[in-house]
Design a protein around this ligand. Structure first.
Ligand SMILES: [Fe+2]
Length: 367
């Protein structure tokens, strides 16, 4: 087994303000990194500012992170951090601002760097300390050493380096109360995909599988309830908390294993058709479940037994939450896309063997 997670993690109501003193460890000046308006709408930005003020920490706010953050916006954040003399970076948001905050901290310490950020051996200096406050229940980025960014050609790449673990991560499920229904479902199914994909990775071990199983046990029943709610109904704080905890457990699960093919094939849908990340990954979840039933039946059975669920239920949930898209991929488009998965680590790490014909069939079937 292997386990490494240097992040101090605190969750619970009002945890940001109550733990303000911990922020003083990282310096006197900070760059806050967020997307457009969700950080303020969730209440997390106000809590973070109150916590920073209470410790006499000055801050500059960079709100330029877009969904599926680009290299360019993270570079801009790095420049701002430098100009402001920031000693640490505080990211607030869902997956995009949190992943971006990690990259901003690398750029802030390594001015002039561009695409080399994807090759962490080329970083001359260690990133600035990173503090993350989650406002969605899905990404798990609070506790992972991964940052997924989009390059200038529109393609997603990930940074995977221990130096981008947050020093401190805080999560208060109250911040997720303002999430619209579609975002709750997309981020919630993302968390479930993290747990399941990690479980069926060749790199999984009994320790990572503890997180996978517990994440599914906590998150799945609630996600099913949310999926069945009427448009005017809202999840309770208790339900939001269960989803948030599942997302953290999903992050802990994928740390040593990474995700497997649904996430990577899903990137194609996000890059080309703007499908939200969680829905894009969940599109291929039923295919993963079918694959592991055929290639690792005993492992499958152990998983379903431990989680109290089954292929039918998970497939039905994935199909229920993913909105109908009306996308059509031609045979030529499918053929043109296949090479990207030929030597892909996440495809290779799926238990059993995933062939290119299997992926082509998946795409034909889905579209
Ligand atoms: Fe994900």
């Amino acid at each position: 087994m292997q386990f490494y997670m240097p992040t101090e993690l605190i969750t619970g109501e009002h945890c940001v303000v109550e733990n303000a003193a911990k922020l003083a460890r990282y310096g006197k000046r900070c760059l806050i990194v967020t997307g457009g308006s969700a950080a303020a709408r969730s209440g997390a930005l106000q809590d973070a500012e109150e916590a920073l003020r209470s410790q006499g920490i000055s801050f500059t706010h960079y709100a330029g992170i877009e969904p599926n953050p680009t290299l360019a916006s993270c570079q801009e954040g790095g420049r701002l951090a430098q100009e402001a003399g920031a000693e640490f970076v505080l990211g607030i948001g869902g997956g995009s601002p949190l992943d971006a905050a990690k990259a901003v901290s690398v750029f802030a310490a390594n001015p002039g760097m561009t695409e080399e950020i994807f090759y962490s051996a080329k970083w001359d200096h260690a990133p600035l300390p990173i503090v993350l406050i989650g406002t969605t229940a899905g990404t798990g980025s609070e506790v992972t050493s991964v940052s997924v960014l989009t390059d200038s050609a529109g393609k997603k790449h990930s940074i995977h380096d221990r130096r981008v673990y947050a020093a401190l991560a805080m999560g208060d499920a109250r911040y997720t109360m303002t999430l619209p229904r579609a975002a709750t479902l997309s981020t919630g199914i993302d968390a479930i995909c993290h747990c399941i994909e990690s479980y069926f990775s060749k790199k999984a071990d009994p320790f990572s599988r503890l997180f996978s199983v517990q994440g599914v046990r906590l998150g799945l029943p609630v996600l099913r309830q949310v999926a069945e709610m009427g448009a005017e109904e809202q999840p309770t704080l208790q339900q939001r908390e269960a989803l948030y905890q599942a997302s953290i457990l999903g992050g802990m699960a994928i740390n040593p294993t990474g995700t497997v093919f649904p996430h990577n094939v899903g990137y194609y849908l996000t890059e080309h058709y703007g499908i939200p990340h969680g829905f894009a990954s969940a599109t291929f979840l039923p295919e993963l479940l079918k694959h592991v039933r055929q290639q690792a039946p005993e492992l499958c059975e152990r998983f379903y037994k431990a989680c109290g669920t089954g292929e039918e239920e998970l497939t039905a949930l994935a199909k229920r939450v993913v909105p109908v898209r009306g996308i059509r991929l031609s045979e030529d488009e499918i053929r043109a896309a296949l090479p990207r998965w030929e030597n892909n680590g996440t495809v290779r790490n799926t238990v059993g063997t995933v062939t290119m014909e299997e992926i082509a069939d998946m795409l034909r079937k889905e579209f």
